[in-house]
Design a protein around this ligand. Structure first.
Ligand SMILES: [Mn+2]
Length: 496
């Protein structure tokens, strides 16, 4: 017999998608030009040439004619805000003028994909000085040529320190007629992306507002006996229906029970398909994206709406770490220190709950915190979930267990947006060897830890904007145990 579907009644929203102002990208371009010129002047180089980026290309599903929904490459999004695939974009370093080069579409396009838009449409939509077809690009860029010297192109080439992949410098027929600079642009534009403008902040805020509201909806409509993907579905519905968010910042992680200790659960081979049971914890890491800018939010709660003593102990440890870190964040603070602070708070709570014995300073020296939180405390957030710029040339990645997973080791700066996402997980692959290791065995209450194996884990994740004085939490979801229990029992959020 088929399982009975569980009826939910989802609320509507007080939010609606804001108007996107393309001047945001004009500002991003002038910020880049300002920093690039300053660097050229400081290093005694002449002001000349173009910044040239190649936008993303549409991808087909394997050998088929199924075209996957295109999402623009992130650096191209940052500078040009262009939705369409197959473009090039250039910025004249001398005048600051911006150019778009667009593909000439076949007449067939108009039959299957809609009216072919004129060049003027793209000029008006994307607020650039000039628009040409790609086959005019070499000629247009050559117009800056003086005497015998080749025109200089600043191309995007550099390492993404999260993925280990390199960005792809622009390629086109006739590029050999130009002088290429592959080293200057990437670190400068990456650094521009680290500090957000007010216009960027307002998009990240909207992504947070709609995602926070969706998390509350999911929390309120969680019922024992549902499938994990039903929680994902409710989130996607709410953010798309009321926020116009067609994309998420990342694949939803909807983990319940022991799955919540699988840090990247939800992928194709673990597709959020477990039926959850009374007594399980849920860990939901979901964030919508709006006009390229994202959010990254995790809520953890018991699926039956009532915390047990064990759940309160682990949840409370993580919430304390989340709150203590947030109250310590301000410009100049080291992110490595914040990570260690979170570890210390979690270890102290676990010791107070008799899961651990001994001196917390000694535990810190043995890197015990990483046995419970193997990932980094948080990461820069923007157009990418793991926004680039975490490790500029002068910042070294720590080598110690746990700390080496940090996606940045920078000091905080005003205008950064960074996630705070402490967690506490019971992962056999880490705990069993640590309990057997003679250096660390003595810290564990083996009997009690064994009772928690199978618990899964808790993560609490908010998005923080660093201000001149401290920071501002852009995420607004129930966090205190009493708030979660009240909202799950039907109280409004925010609670009156
Ligand atoms: Mn995150």
């Amino acid at each position: 017999m088929a399982e009975q579907a569980i009826a939910v009644s989802m609320a509507t929203s007080r939010l609606s998608p804001p108007q996107v102002e393309m001047v945001l990208h004009v500002t991003n371009r002038s910020k880049l030009v300002k920093f690039l010129r300053r660097q050229l002047i400081d290093s005694g180089r002449p002001l000349r040439g173009f910044v040239l980026l190649q936008g993303g290309e549409e991808q087909m599903r394997h050998c088929t004619d199924h075209c996957q929904l295109f999402r623009q490459e992130s650096y191209f999004s940052y500078l040009f805000g262009v939705r369409e695939p197959g473009f090039y974009g250039a910025i004249d370093v001398v005048t600051g003028d911006s150019f778009l080069f667009i593909p000439k579409l076949p007449e067939e396009y108009a039959v299957w994909l809609g009216k072919i838009k004129p060049l003027s449409y793209f000029k008006e939509t994307y607020l650039v000085e000039k628009v040409f077809y790609i086959d005019q690009m070499v000629e247009v860029l050559h117009a800056q040529k003086q005497q015998s010297e080749k025109v200089l192109l600043f191309l995007l080439h550099g390492l993404n320190t999260d993925s280990g992949n390199y960005s792809k410098p622009a390629e086109f027929k006739g590029i050999d007629k130009f002088e290429k600079d592959l080293n200057t642009l990437h670190p400068i534009v990456t650094e521009c992306r680290v500090v957000k403008t007010n216009m960027e902040l307002s998009l990240i805020q909207f992504a947070n507002d709609i995602s926070s509201e969706a998390h509350v909806e999911v929390m309120r409509n969680t019922r024992i006996g549902m499938k994990e993907y039903q929680l994902e579905s409710m989130f996607l519905h709410h953010t798309y229906m009321y926020g116009g968010c067609r994309n998420c910042s990342y694949t939803c992680i909807c983990a319940t029970g022991d799955n919540s200790a699988i840090l990247h659960y939800g992928h194709a081979a673990a597709p959020n398909d477990r039926t959850f049971e009374d007594g399980d914890m849920a860990l939901l890491d979901m964030g919508a994206e709006f006009h390229f800018y994202g959010s990254d939010i995790t809520c953890s709660f018991p699926v039956n709406g009532k915390f047990t003593a064990d759940q309160s102990l682990v949840y409370g440890a993580v919430l304390d770490a989340h709150n203590v870190v947030i109250s310590s964040m301000r410009p100049g603070v080291s992110w490595v220190d914040m990570h260690k602070l979170a570890e210390r708070v979690i270890l102290e709570s676990l010791r107070n709950g008799f899961l651990l014995f001994g001196d917390v300073d000694e535990m810190m020296l043995e890197r015990l915190g990483a046995m419970f939180m193997p990932h980094g405390l948080g990461h820069l957030l923007g157009i990418d979930t793991h926004d680039p710029g975490g490790y500029p040339k002068d910042v070294e990645r720590p080598k110690e267990f746990g700390l080496k997973s940090l996606r940045t080791a920078r000091k905080l700066e005003e205008g950064m947006v960074i996630t705070v996402e402490p967690g506490c997980y019971f992962i056999d692959a880490l705990l069993v060897p640590a309990m057997e290791n003679p250096r660390t065995s003595r810290f564990f209450n083996h009997e009690l830890i064994n009772k928690f194996r199978g618990f899964g884990g808790v993560r609490i994740e908010s998005d923080l904007h660093i201000t001149s004085e401290g920071c501002m939490n852009m995420t607004n979801v129930p966090r205190e145990i009493s708030e979660i229990e009240a909202v799950m029992a039907g109280a409004p959020w925010p609670i009156n």
